[in-house]
Design a protein around this ligand. Structure first.
Ligand SMILES: Nc1nc2c(ncn2[C@@H]2O[C@H](COP(=O)(O)OP(=O)(O)OP(=O)(O)O)[C@@H](O)[C@H]2O)c(=O)[nH]1
Ligand SMILES: [Mg+2]
Length: 311
């Protein structure tokens, strides 16, 4: 009997989580899926004109030129009929997301788990860290934050506020250099048996070169001080930037090895199609998505759920 009610509660929770996702991606769904389906369904066949329309709709939806062209070529090659366009697009999208590997954020209960969070200024790094810390804390894990954005005056204070909201600890050091903050945070995390260490970083320094050098230096400290840790290097991208955000991905990917992408501000963005370009062009799996500014507006990225939500 208890199981019966529990199952019902679980279903209710899953349903509302799915509704949240569906709302968050509704604009993306309009630009990426509905725009294509609408034009196709009002025509009896897919001719050159319609193909051109589909291609420009996909490009507008931030899928990128290469990806949009290749999807249109596949429609042509397979002589897809209007009735089948929906299932064809769906399977194309599924195939693309499968290219980039597992979407599950790595976690090892027997190790120190270090999450190194990077991305340009304003992408949503500090907010993501607050949300992630809150989630781990609720799961009963011991969580430490490292305030390694030592460039912007208010940055440490902002992370401090998130640490209090989430009820987790923080290492911050006024006027210290970022790498030394991380050094000290790792020592504390190891000595006091933390499960999770999340490192906040600057989004902007005097120039791009300095930023990249600083990130490399922090990564060097992590490699040296905690080679045994379970490590995830998370690039934070703002969904509203769409394709423009991807050139950032390139710079960060070259500087510090990236293992995961967190796509923030998906709520209200019409450019969520960029997830496919991240997978195809950068071979990076999206693992987390931000769907609002509140502490619990963070979701694991689930490929199947995402596809279901945009269709
Ligand atoms: N709607 C929405 N807003 C978000 C989301 N994530 C972050 N934001 C907002 O984006 C703004 C910038 O977020 P921050 O977390 O400060 O970004 P940051 O990358 O740490 O920025 P810097 O410290 O300047 O490098 C804030 O106003 C956040 O509230 C999200 O998922 N949805
Ligand atoms: Mg920040």
């Amino acid at each position: 009997m208890f199981n019966f009610f529990k199952k019902k509660e679980d279903n209710k929770e899953n349903f509302s989580a799915f509704e949240t996702l569906k709302n968050a991606v509704s604009k993306t769904s309009d630009t990426l899926v509905k725009s294509v389906l609408n034009i196709v369904s009002s025509n009896s066949e897919i001719d050159e004109f319609i193909l051109e329309y589909i291609e420009s709709a996909l490009i507008k939806a931030d899928l990128g030129v290469d990806l949009s062209t290749s999807i249109v070529e596949n429609i042509k090659k397979n002589s897809i009929k209007p009735d089948n366009i929906k299932s064809f697009l769906k399977s194309e999208f599924e195939n693309i997301l499968n290219l980039a590997g597992s979407n599950i954020l790595k976690f090892d209960r027997d190790k120190l788990n270090i999450y190194f969070i990077t991305g340009v200024n304003g992408a949503g790094k500090t907010t993501l860290i607050g949300k992630l810390a809150y989630r781990f804390k609720n799961e009963g894990k011991k969580v430490l934050l490292a305030a390694a954005d030592t460039f912007r005056a208010a940055a440490e204070e902002q992370l401090d506020i998130w640490s209090k909201r989430a009820g987790v600890d923080i290492v911050r050091e006024d006027k210290a250099d970022a790498a030394s903050v991380v050094y000290r945070a790792i020592e504390k995390a190891k000595a006091e048996n933390y499960n999770v260490l999340i490192v906040d970083t600057a989004g902007r320094l005097q120039n791009k070169f300095n930023l990249i050098e600083e990130l490399k230096k922090i990564k060097g400290v992590i490699d040296k001080k905690a080679p045994e840790a379970n490590f995830e290097s998370v690039l934070v991208l703002d969904a509203n930037l769409g394709q423009n955000g991807l050139s950032q991905a390139k710079v960060f990917k070259e500087a510090v090895e990236i293992t995961a992408v967190a796509l923030t501000k998906l709520d209200g963005s019409s450019k969520g199609g960029v997830i496919f370009a991240v997978a195809k062009d950068y071979n990076l799996p999206v693992k987390l998505i931000g769907v609002g500014e509140k502490i619990d507006d963070l979701k694991d990225f689930d490929k199947d759920e995402f596809i279901k939500a945009i269709f």
